[in-house]
Design a protein around this ligand. Structure first.
Ligand SMILES: Cc1cc2nc3c(=O)[nH]c(=O)nc-3n(C[C@H](O)[C@H](O)[C@H](O)COP(=O)(O)OP(=O)(O)OC[C@H]3O[C@@H](n4cnc5c(N)ncnc54)[C@H](O)[C@@H]3O)c2cc1C
Length: 470
């Protein structure tokens, strides 16, 4: 269905780009993202463009010759989205990494799509501004964050990546360059092509530049580690913050086993394991922010009262930068910690209504046991986005995949039945396409396919992802 990448086509691509890699010069990492269980595949050719025009010129040649193209950021995705499952050309956007300009009268920053989240976050703070989206992996490209609509810890207060994208420059599958959105704060100007691109996982176009909203950085932030005897009690506390007009920047939950794994991994113990003779079964990690020490201290006192009344065993305040760093280092290393101790690993980031989290997690744990899988969970208690890991050290890969498929079938169906969705922030990639179809149904899936065909009539951009099965 696609054409072979002949030496003539490669020569044409070399004619428009000085950043082409062939054969043994292609970075082996391009064959995978952070979830290789969904399959690996090397591209036939890789390009690391430096400009929108260079991306467009390469894309145009691929369109004319019917060659599949896969856009890639930093390859930290967890759904197989950046894997070139049909080979062809991989476009690595990570060298388009300039922070172009700030327009602080309009509260925006203009960047190239390959800027790393960490670099953008630090640069913004240097301007006294905050770029609020805060997914756990800081070394992802912001273009990748936009393509997956990455969420992260601060989404409960500030929203996900989508809420911060004002405009973008895009190279379409035909090689045409266009711009979606504008530096305005509201719009009722036709279909939102901008919003279609956000979360499209590189199936509709390649994002090359972004205009992102920033906000004045809150001056003070402090975190609380709150231990509970069990997860149910911990999760039931969460709506009480909203009822008390509190607006934590982050509300994360985590079970004992995952905290222990993470502390083994980072070699530091930050979370208490037993208090007053009670074994700690679950934790909330909360961050409160504001503009003065007094304001934040007041919020902390109020939060402490709420959680102690609701059954917390203690409240530990991380009130210095180093204590905060330690608490969040443990939280940020969950995935690496699990990877370190696990031979076979799959994960999902299902999202359910917040009032269903506790019950749903019980269902997940029971289903895991029935399917013969070890389950480890943590997640964003404030927005119902759960990270559920299936782990095995003794199963053969085929048997593991069979059990995970059964497990996913059951837990995604339950999530759909209670009003949830397949992915809260990681995306569908190649790994979750069939579960998306089960969840949204034929009508919605064919609407998505129709949109894909309008943008990409030859279906050459990132085939096999989201709504397009091969
Ligand atoms: C330890 C760890 C923690 C993580 N924590 C979080 C978290 O808290 N929240 C969260 O949401 N995610 C998290 N992730 C997942 C991952 O970091 C995000 O999905 C991230 O947004 C991917 O960005 P990337 O640059 O690595 O993209 P890639 O993996 O390279 O690509 C992801 C998808 O985006 C497409 N894409 C990339 N760049 C472009 C572009 N310029 N134009 C068009 N399409 C493009 C690709 O084709 C692919 O489909 C975590 C990952 C790890 C390893």
């Amino acid at each position: 269905m696609y054409n072979e990448l002949t030496s003539e086509i490669i020569e044409q691509i070399k004619g428009v780009s000085d950043h082409v890699f062939e054969g043994g010069d292609i970075n082996p990492d391009y064959s995978k993202d952070e979830m290789p269980i969904y399959g690996t595949k090397m591209p036939d050719l890789a390009v690391q463009p430096r400009s929108t025009e260079e991306v467009a010129a390469v894309m145009k040649i691929c369109y004319e010759n019917n060659i599949p193209v896969t856009p890639r950021g930093a390859g930290t995705g967890l759904a197989g989205g950046a894997v070139p499952v049909c080979g062809g050309v991989l476009i690595d956007t990570s060298k388009m990494n300039k922070i172009i300009s700030y327009d602080l009268e309009n509260f925006v920053v203009n960047i190239e799509a390959g800027v790393l989240l960490n670099d953008l976050a630090e640069d913004c703070l240097g301007q006294g501004m905050l770029y609020p989206p805060d997914p756990g992996e800081k070394f992802a490209c912001v273009g990748g964050n936009v393509a997956t609509n990455a969420g992260g810890m601060r989404a409960v207060k500030y929203g996900a990546t989508r809420d911060y994208v004002r405009a973008m420059t895009v190279v379409l599958p035909t090689g045409e360059i266009t711009k979606f959105g504008a530096t305005v704060t509201k719009t009722s100007s036709g279909y939102s092509l901008l919003n279609l691109m956000i979360g499209a996982e590189g199936t509709l176009g390649i994002i090359t530049e972004l205009t992102l909203k920033v906000i004045p950085a809150p001056k003070v932030a402090q975190s609380l580690i709150i231990p509970f005897e069990d997860l149910d009690t911990a999760l039931k506390t969460v709506p009480k913050f909203k009822m008390a007009h509190m607006d934590p920047q982050a509300i994360e939950f985590m079970e004992r086993e995952i905290v222990l794994a993470s502390e083994r991994y980072i070699g530091k113990s930050v979370f208490p394991q037993e208090l007053e003779g009670i074994q700690i079964g679950a934790y909330l990690l909360i961050t409160l922010d504001g503009n003065t020490e007094e304001e934040v201290e007041g919020l902390i006192e109020q939060a402490a009262e709420i959680v102690l009344e609701a059954g917390a065993i203690d409240v530990l305040v991380a009130d210095t930068p180093s204590k905060m760093k330690d608490a969040w280092a443990a939280r940020s290393s969950f995935l690496e910690a699990i990877m370190e101790e696990t031979k076979l690993l799959d994960e999902c980031d299902v999202v359910v209504p917040v009032n269903e989290i506790a019950q749903y997690l019980n269902f997940v744990n029971e289903t895991g046991a029935e399917c013969g899988l070890e389950i480890k969970s943590f997640g964003h208690a404030g927005d119902g986005n759960l990270h559920i890991y299936q782990c095995s050290n003794d199963l053969e890969e085929e048997e593991f995949k069979k059990r995970v498929d059964k497990f996913f079938g059951i837990i995604y169906k339950e999530a759909t039945d209670i009003g949830g969705l397949v992915s809260g922030e990681h995306g569908i990639g190649s790994g979750k396409v069939k579960y998306l179809l089960d969840s949204v149904g034929d009508v919605n899936m064919s609407l998505m396919e129709g949109i894909k065909k309008v943008f990409d009539p030859k279906m050459i951009l990132n085939p096999g992802k989201v709504c397009y099965t091969l």
